[in-house]
Design a protein around this ligand. Sequence first.
Ligand SMILES: [Zn+2]
Length: 455
Amino acid sequence: MRYKPSVVRPCDQIPPVELCAKVNDRLRTATNNPFDFAEHVRHRTYVVRSLPIAHPHECVVMLDAGVDALLPSDFPSLPTVSEADFDVNKTPGKGLGLFARRLFRCNETVLVEHPVVIMPYLVGPSVPLSDVYADMFGRLSAEVLQAIRSLPCPSSGKDFKDSYETILPTSTIAISLPVPREPFAELATHKALFLTATRCNHSCGPNSKWEWDEKKLSLVLTAVRQINPGDEITIAYVPPHLPFDGRREALLDGFAFECHCLHCVQPGIDIRQSDANRHAVCTFWDVDKMTSGPFAKLPAFDKWCLEPSIPAYILIDAHRRALDIIQDEGLEILDTHPGSGPGHHAHPHRDVGRHIDAIAMCYGALEDADNFLIWIRKAAAAREMDDPEQKLVFSKWMSNPMSFPVWGWRKVFCAGDAEEVKRLSKDMENGDEKGDSTVGLAACIKMGMFGFVGK
Ligand SMILES: [Zn+2]
């Protein structure tokens, strides 16, 4: 019986009108669909079963029958979580937390984990939810059940002991399933319970981030800066670019706790300055939002190259200041994706990498070889560099800075040598005119170096 799927019929009773209105309002805003909760409850049949992702633990799901039929039959298995990499220890005021037992480099994968329970956010079954939970949890092994029982229950501050209904709303993470979003966008959205990742506490300057991999049905925890042995591994439960009051409200609303992280309660901390700094780095690339503060009215890279009246170090100073703020505020997680289109690429090292690239380019444009080498090395280190083509490009730039595509641009353009300006303008337009596509502007753009410098 334990492995046979159960079918849970739709509910024939319509939920209270006020509840329907509340749910409809939220869903219609979030999905932009004419969602009707009463219809949803009346027509959805659920299947409770185990998913074949039984490594290292089993996973039980309660799924809408239609969603269940659309799910792939197989998911790739994951490497076993190395218990040797973490400790679960008590943290002052936060219950238990996840602590590194070894050093994790920036961008290193800390943990990959399948969930042990998946269920929809919205359900309307014909039987009480406690019966559904009993069926689901009855399919899990004693070892997994024991682990679930020991999970913290943030709303009460005590460890969970009595009822699965208490733990599911507080310890689950929102995920999506690999099913079509049309015509029912809400059907892809689920909540999932993880045994290890759930231990990760919040910080407003987190040292790691988690991402849901829909195709592998797994949560990936990645370090966004170096994590030393003994450090607590933290993530951001709410967007860290929110101001102090916004973060506080979102954490109280969604997770029922007040944040006591370093960025919220440090003695002598200037919250107003911290809010202003966070706003400044989060809107650095957004010319429309950046109307005041330290980064307002910065020229685009090409304009700075062309215009002698613009101070030579204005861009370098601004990007270095942004890096300092990111470090102070612990915002290495920041990845503001400035727009789309040609020249705009995802950066493997997020905003930190974009600022480093920009500084290297400015030093290159100024023909400052010493500083160029310092920063182009950082730009290379910020990429994973297992791509042989990228490695080759960076090593060419490092061994011969003059091969860097914008080498000396600011100097030449501002000196106004008509012939040189004509030659460089042609380079700017064509990129590959130098005949070597691995060192040309095209390569630069391909690696996401060029687009982010312009504002
Ligand atoms: Zn905080």
